[in-house]
Design a binder for this molecule. Structure first.
Ligand SMILES: Nc1ncnc2c1ncn2[C@@H]1O[C@H](COP(=O)(O)OP(=O)(O)OP(=O)(O)O)[C@@H](O)[C@H]1O
Length: 258
């Protein structure tokens, strides 16, 4: 999927990329250990500006650890992470957010005791340089009328799907150029999964580059321009989304039966 022609900033990013040949996100030789457990090793992938890139793989393959490193939530043992040509390896999460990199974590992690509106405001206040609080709020409420209806309700009382919308809304409040979604469809009903994927497509069409970690193989690979299959913390295969969808070895690896 590519950026919509109506959006000028992503066009500029894409033009920059075309001129320099550099992707928006470039990860090389990434490694992370939890004590003696190596979760990610020599992991490399990239995301072109305006594209949708997927990381797929079975349970424990290292997908969450990888995106946590990219977003600055974890500090890698080795490797480099470049965003828009700048080395951001080890940059703390709040600084990564300011550069336009937002992570919607697995399990939503909204503030249960705060209202929908307060959750969005808190997320919006994290960033400074790209701040346009009220414009971002309008955008989120236009995208999610359900959140607007429930703006005064505590986040903890929302349904699972609504909490996922709020989690994505929180990510959008930071005005991201790269939105990282970790298992956005987890625990949602099939209808809501379709809704969430449609929404992700719409955000991408607006020019937001998407990096998605998903267990939902079919919808993810259908949407992704490019996907990387992780196994034991390494990339073992990569290719176009639809190309990988037709690859029996991918399904086997994904299901852990290779
Ligand atoms: N806090 C932790 N402490 C110790 N080991 C961990 C921790 N978090 C993850 N791991 C281990 O690191 C490896 C990679 O985990 P990670 O959560 O990154 O994989 P994943 O591909 O996202 O898995 P899933 O799809 O099940 O969420 C696994 O072996 C996991 O058990």
């Amino acid at each position: 999927m590519t950026a919509a022609s109506s959006s000028s900033a992503p066009e500029t990013e894409a033009a920059t990329e075309a001129a320099t040949g550099a992707p928006l996100l470039e990860v090389r030789g990434l490694a992370y250990d939890y004590g003696r457990v190596t979760a990610v090793q020599d992991c490399g992938f990239e995301a072109a500006a305006g594209g949708v890139v997927a990381l797929i793989g079975g349970n424990g393959a290292g997908k969450t650890t990888t995106v946590q490193c990219v977003a600055g939530a974890l500090r890698p043992r080795a490797g480099t992470i470049r965003f828009d040509g700048r080395d951001i390896t080890g940059l703390p999460a709040h600084e990564a957010v300011e550069l336009g990199l937002a992570l919607v974590p697995e399990g939503r992690q909204v503030f249960q005791q705060l209202t929908v509106h307060e959750n969005l405001l808190v997320a919006g206040r994290v960033q400074r340089a790209r701040a346009d609080l009220s414009a971002n709020l309008d955008k989120v409420y236009t995208l999610f009328p359900r959140l607007k209806e429930r703006r005064a309700q505590n986040a903890g009382s929302l349904s699972g799907g609504e909490q996922q919308m709020l989690a994505i809304g929180r990510g959008l409040m930071t005005g991201p150029r790269l939105l990282i979604l970790d298992e956005p469809s987890l625990g949602l009903s099939p209808i809501l999964v379709t809704t969430i994927f449609r929404l992700i497509g719409a955000l991408n069409a607006e020019g937001i580059t998407i990096l998605i970690v998903e267990q939902n193989l079919h919808q993810t690979l259908t949407m992704a321009d490019h996907a990387y299959v992780l196994e034991k913390g390494r990339v073992v295969r990569s290719g176009g989304g639809r190309e990988l969808l037709d690859d029996p070895a991918v399904k086997a690896a994904y299901l852990g039966v290779a």
